[in-house]
Design a protein around this ligand. Sequence first.
Ligand code: GLA
Length: 390
Amino acid sequence: MTDLLQRGREYFSSQFGAAPGGLWSAPGRVNLIGEHTDYNDGFAFPLAIEKRTLVAASVRADRRLRVASSSFPGVVEVSLDGLDPDALHGWAAYPLGVAWAMSEAARESGGPVDGLAGMDLALSSDVPAGAGLSSSAAVECAVALALNELWGLGLGRQQLARIGRLAENRVVGAPTGIMDQSASLLGEPDHGILLDCQSLQTESIALGFAGAGLGLLVIDTRTSHSHADGGYASRRRSCEEGARAMGVGSLRALGPADLPRAAALLDTQTFRRVRHVISENQRVLDTVATLRTRGPAAIGPFLNASHVSMRDDFEISTAELDLAVSSAQVLGAVGARMTGGGFGGAAIALVRDSDARRVAEGVAQAFDRAGFAAPRIFPVTASEGARRES
Ligand code: GLA
């Protein structure tokens, strides 16, 4: 972390010619279970990871916003007066989209939008992009926290999560839910965040992995995914169609007892999409209940069943993700599943500490035998959410 802080400070100075006024950071996330449930008003159970995005920021005397990212060349500059959500593109759409969404929130709460100062923002990150670990939410949440403080808006973390989602939906054009931003803002060390995406209530649940001699491995397949592309949006549409046909506002209103009626009413594909969401919501609740009663070593079957549901019913897995999961399972993982939106990205495996190295090596060998590019495999631990660093 000190390394990222140091890099972030130096990068800001190299771009803007002065030391930054402050540093803020926000983490990526893995989702332990509860996939494609957030936009269905359902349950999800993600955790923030130790890989973080840093934003170094300084207030300006004028109304210019300048953003730089150590992952991309050049500085993007716009005026706060002409912030047009339709005119923001590429990587800068994330930080500037958040600035736009925050100024909208300030306007709605009757704040002095004309009084918001310009800003220099420099981003640097340890969160791998395109791996399904929410590098985009990490950017959004770090910037949201910094602007909230520097603009003196006093917005709460759940509001900041909604602002991040609005930036992603409206500016980036990805119809995603609230999970990633919630995990990045609300994460706690050694805890998962149980999200009820209907009431927007959240609860920190102790994971107890370390005490049980367990750890989480991320297997980044290095196959890319983008949620601004078709697959994610088409799954979301199927869910909305399924809910409409079943006469409910969202799939959250349905439970396992509704499945026979859904099977009779829906075409087979929509039925399978709906069955995934209904069963996944139940698996989130079962996972949390099992953590509490029997401990983390007992949650594996829910992780494994979640993957099968995403592979067969929701059809968002890939050959690489399936191999990551099946090889980890064969090598003795307690449980494994793809994580995130799917169509590429990463899988997670819950493993005994004593097995971690063997599982990692064996999965890499399985990828090699299959002729797939070498995966990037690394441990993650549940970590603190967005915070001011200095
Ligand atoms: C992406 C989205 C989230 C969520 C997941 C799937 O990460 O950003 O809102 O829908 O996919 O669970």
